[in-house]
Design a protein around this ligand. Structure first.
Ligand code: ZN
Ligand code: ZN
Length: 349
């Protein structure tokens, strides 16, 4: 049996590079990718910090692109040698929810590298990865595209884009809570999708500076009351659309204060807790709509790619560090300590 190097989560805060079996095609609709770039995502911190039920060692990673080295006989749209990016979410394409355009709700939904909670799918922080249901899961990388931009089409830019896209109306004021990679991707997307003003709320000056570069108004909650800052510039209405790009109860509480009456809170941040304290009376009085759940990545990969090719979205600007897969333990430590915004790993190093 041939082996490969992979980033394996052995326990809380412990990721090591290990030799494991190289994947082989098991279903006719599978492909095997040789991974050329892979990134660490904020969602990887859920397994890393043991917030998910994990039975065994888990190969992490759900943002990756590469070249197809083997394709099952049931794969119609791709073949060996094609360069592709994979949606981090794998769905069946045929169930009740998939047929209604909701692949994130798929009865058999799986996410790469998240353990048994999300279908036990081996992750892509490795030299090779098996991609199921390839015709639906994969997006071809167009000629002339920048790999660093396309890497994020499988997750953060498309996740941030959907969070805005599904609720925005032209001219809306958008407030984004959390200037991590998904929050910054939502800020870029809001500018493209017709927001009149975009606020980004965080406390890290460097990240707020980055948000400013995408045209957003930075709000440092250590310096000002975010509600005052947003209400001051919206005729005291609040934001029509608030994005909770954090996934923590304090962020949702902040979103509740920032949102305008009749507005929407859209939640790309992942909640894995069973319950959290919420100011529900305020949400009810304001008549707020809440949207969230596992992202419908495949619905928007084409749109996002077109906007990248047109130069209107450039998620590669988020990359702060490049490291070899062999340095994955240190990479996770840095990302966990917030020493890096976005780390791209090269499996050949
Ligand atoms: Zn992710
Ligand atoms: Zn389905």
């Amino acid at each position: 049996m041939s082996t490969m190097k992979a980033a394996v989560l052995k326990g809380p805060h412990t990721v090591v590079l290990e030799d494991i079996a190289r994947p082989t095609i098991t279903e006719p609709t599978d492909v095997i990718l040789k991974v050329e770039r892979t990134a660490i995502c904020g969602t990887d911190l859920h397994p890393y910090e043991s917030r998910l039920e994990l039975e065994d060692d888990v190969v992490l990673g759900h943002e990756f692109l590469g070249t197809i080295v083997a394709a099952g006989p049931g794969v119609a749209n791709f073949s060996e040698g094609d360069r592709v990016v994979a949606s981090c979410v794998v769905s069946c394409g045929a169930c009740y929810w998939c047929r209604r355009g909701n692949p994130g709700r798929c009865a058999g939904v799986r996410i790469f590298g998240m353990g048994i909670t999300f279908g036990d799918l081996v992750g892509g922080q490795a030299e090779y990865v098996l991609v199921p249901n390839a015709d639906l899961t994969l997006k071809a990388i167009p000629e002339g595209a920048d790999d660093d931009d396309m890497l994020f089409v499988g997750d953060i830019i498309t996740t941030g884009y959907e969070a805005v896209r599904r609720s925005i109306r032209p001219g809306d004021t958008v407030a984004i809570v959390g200037a991590g990679p998904v929050g910054l991707c939502a800020a870029m997307s809001a500018e493209v999708l017709g927001a009149s003003q975009v606020f980004v709320v965080d406390r890290v000056p460097a990240r707020l500076k980055e948000a400013e570069q995408y045209g957003a108004i930075p709000v440092n909650f250590d310096e000002v009351d975010p509600q005052d800052a947003v209400y001051d510039l919206t005729d005291w209405r609040g934001a029509d659309l608030v994005i909770d790009a954090v996934g923590h109860e304090t962020a949702l509480q902040s979103a509740t204060r920032l949102v305008a009456g009749g507005g929407t809170i859209s939640i790309p941040g992942a909640y894995v807790e069973e319950s959290i304290p919420l100011p529900f009376g305020e949400l009810w009085i304001k008549g707020v709509t809440i949207e969230g759940g596992v992202a419908n990545i495949v619905n928007y990969m084409d749109e996002v790619t077109t906007l990248i090719m047109a130069g209107k979205l450039r998620p590669s600007s988020l990359i702060s560090h490049r490291m070899g897969l062999s340095e994955v333990s240190e990479a996770y430590r840095m990302f966990h300590e917030r020493e890096a915004t976005k780390i791209v790993l090269d499996p050949s190093k």
